[in-house]
Write a protein that binds this ligand. Structure first.
Ligand code: TRP
Length: 344
């Protein structure tokens, strides 16, 4: 089974990214042939700082390896290292309508927030469709907020196949289980996020232990004292989910274990569990960052594997769409072709 997912090198990564993203990626590499792409081309669709992009890209790559993606088993690479992604996005624009792109809620939301709306914000789902379709992907582990974009990729694949000939596989999304979505510690009705949440309510993957303790200690709870999920208990429910992510224990067991335990002790234990989860991750991360040459080498290997894996689909797209193949692409050049090269 071919698996593909993309992660943007924007914003500091947090516990919510780990719970709903990295953790799934590591699990999915057991299930098949997995590709994980740091989608740097996507990250220029909103205002960004060119000087920071390089650092964020390398940092995210190091996090993916630190979380447990195995470069021997999975292909971890940077989108801009594989030019076929940008090409596929352009080619797929022929089978995608303006109206379809205009219906994307993420585009509408983000466009409403700014005066200058980059064209890339509008065509973004095409780049994403290209990412997925180039690898003839079966399954895409992805966040809930990306459902509409994945549906569009499926529509685009089907329209291409109908218009130009069977080429693409129509991919399925794999969405995080309930509970994998962590909420902001300060405002537990909003999801944990570096853009939409609060800084105090967001546990960053690179936060030092003291910061983690402070953030969890000051998490909003309720006026009761029972450690269980339920109406008006969004804060405690979220802490139970966090505990479950950190220890792998089912939420019901956590409720049972802390029955009558009190919020103070529970919060302390949640903080220590998160610290224990992140300690090896942070140590691995530091190791990858201490050797930039090795990190770049791993990404070069991933880029090469990705170029090789996507090359046949890329070539077939051009061919089915009626483009003249460049001479270098011919398997056995005819005498006349060779002659015409010599003559020029
Ligand atoms: N748009 C996705 C997000 O913001 C990132 C992404 C880009 C992606 N290309 C992808 C995800 C391909 C899955 C597959 O989260």
């Amino acid at each position: 089974m071919r698996i593909f997912s993309g992660i943007q090198p924007t914003g500091a990564k947090h516990l919510g990214n780990y719970a709903g993203g990295f953790r799934q990626y590591v699990e999915s590499q057991e299930r098949g042939d997995a590709f994980f792409c740091v989608v740097d081309l996507h990250s220029i669709t909103v205002d960004y700082d060119p000087a920071g992009l390089r650092e964020r890209t390398l940092s995210l790559a190091a996090m993916l390896f630190a979380a447990g993606l195995d470069p021997e088993r999975s292909t971890v690479f940077v989108q801009s290292h594989v030019p076929a992604h940008a090409e596929a996005a352009w080619l797929l624009s022929a089978v995608t309508s303006y109206g379809q792109l205009g219906r994307m809620t993420q585009f509408k939301d983000k466009a409403a927030q700014r005066d200058f709306v980059p064209a890339g914000l509008f065509t973004y789902p095409l780049l994403m469709a290209g990412d997925i379709l180039l690898y003839r992907t079966d399954a895409v582990p992805i966040g809930d907020d990306q459902r509409q974009h994945l549906e569009l990729a499926r529509d685009v694949a089907a329209r291409f196949n109908a218009r130009f000939g069977e080429l693409f596989r129509v991919p399925e999304g794999i969405y995080p289980a309930v509970g994998a979505r962590l909420m902001d510690l300060q405002e537990p009705t909003r999801k944990m996020s570096t853009t939409g949440g609060t800084p105090q309510g967001t546990v960053l993957l690179l936060d030092p232990p003291e910061t983690i303790r402070r953030k969890i200690r000051s998490a909003v709870t309720d006026s009761g004292s029972e450690i269980r999920r339920g109406a008006d208990k969004a804060g405690i429910a979220n802490l139970i989910d966090i505990m479950s992510v950190a220890t792998g224990e089912a939420p019901e067991w956590i409720e049972r274990r802390y029955d009558g335990g009190g919020y103070g002790r529970f919060k302390r234990d949640v903080a220590e569990a998160v610290i224990a989860l992140l300690e090896p991750f942070q140590a691995q991360y530091a190791e990858f960052r201490s050797d930039p040459g090795e990190l770049q080498r791993l990404l070069a290997v991933g880029g090469e594997k990705a170029r090789t894996a996507s090359a046949p689909t890329r070539a077939r797209m051009y061919e089915l769409m009626g483009f003249v193949a460049p001479i270098g692409a011919l398997k056995e050049p005819s005498k006349r072709n060779v002659q015409s090269i010599r003559n020029c």
